[in-house]
Design a protein around this ligand. Structure first.
Ligand SMILES: C[S@@+](CC[C@H](N)C(=O)[O-])C[C@H]1O[C@@H](n2cnc3c(N)ncnc32)[C@H](O)[C@@H]1O
Length: 253
């Protein structure tokens, strides 16, 4: 398998939906670098194919990362990409259950930063709050949690739906111009790879996908996220980046 090619296809697919994806990841890495220095230990939470970790390792070569996700197909692409990379460990665990923290096999305080992007909206609100608590336990004092996602500014909630519709229309234009795969096209392409097709079927079981169904999405406001971070034990919280209804919320342990 050409894992790097699959990584590039994943990035192009995500980038078509999130034109400022590199910018938001870069904002997360800025925070980690200034707060934790050149060799942080990172937890890449709901890592997908490992896009965040790839960027962390390039920018901060003295860093190391543990990647966690529940999707066997995306984890296989991550494992292929980072094969032989001593700075990386990959782990399968389900964030819908608090037990993911123990499945990780890492002690409390093991990480300088927990980074996650475009993922926690797949969880119901009580589990987002739970993940913040579990992540807090895994962080050292002064450690950083950064979550980049669709995170609405409550004061502009009325604009959220039309902004989302505009973004969807733009992403369709980008897909046409760049030939990037859309979400369904990505999974159809993976199902066409004999090595990955059984893992995509396993994934459909894990997420309870059936033809035409999609995962649940809960979009919470920045007020909600900052309050949940404080309740989870983060002493300082704020917004490190925002564009319209997307943001990077940060908690300092
Ligand atoms: C849109 S992808 C983003 C992946 C990666 N962070 C990125 O930016 O490229 C969302 C990810 O969340 C993961 N995810 C969703 N629900 C999960 C759960 N319950 N446990 C672990 N990972 C989950 C999915 O498998 C997927 O990899």
């Amino acid at each position: 398998m050409d894992w790097n090619h699959l990584q590039d296809l994943w990035d192009a697919q995500q980038q078509a939906y999130l034109p400022d994806r590199e910018d938001r990841i870069s904002a997360m890495l800025d925070i980690v670098e200034v707060a934790r220095g050149p060799g942080p230990r990172i937890l890449d939470l709901a890592c997908g194919t490992g896009s965040i970790t790839r960027r962390v390792l390039i920018r901060l070569p003295a860093s190391s990362a543990v990647l966690v996700d529940v999707d066997p197909a995306l984890l296989a692409i991550a494992a292929g990409t980072f094969e032989g990379e001593s700075r990386v460990r990959i782990c399968s665990a389900d964030l819908r259950r608090a037990s993911w923290r123990h499945a990780l096999g890492e002690p409390d305080g093991a990480f300088d930063a927990v980074l996650t992007a475009t993922a926690l909206h797949w969880l119901p609100p009580d589990r987002v709050a739970g993940v913040y608590q579990e992540a807090a336990a895994l962080l050292r004092s002064g450690g950083i949690l950064a979550n980049a996602d669709h995170i609405v500014d409550e004061g502009l909630a009325v604009l959220e739906k039309p902004l989302r519709e505009l973004a969807q229309a733009r992403s369709q234009e980008v897909q046409l111009q760049t030939q990037a795969l859309d979400w369904d096209g990505w999974w159809t392409m993976l199902k066409g790879q004999p090595e990955l097709a059984p893992l995509v079927a396993e994934r459909d079981e894990i997420f309870g996908h059936h033809e035409g169904s999609s995962h649940t999405e809960s979009y919470l406001s920045s007020t909600w996220h900052l309050s949940a971070l404080r309740a989870a034990g983060f002493s300082r919280t704020g917004i490190a980046w925002r564009r319209q209804a997307d943001a990077v919320v940060v908690g300092v342990r």
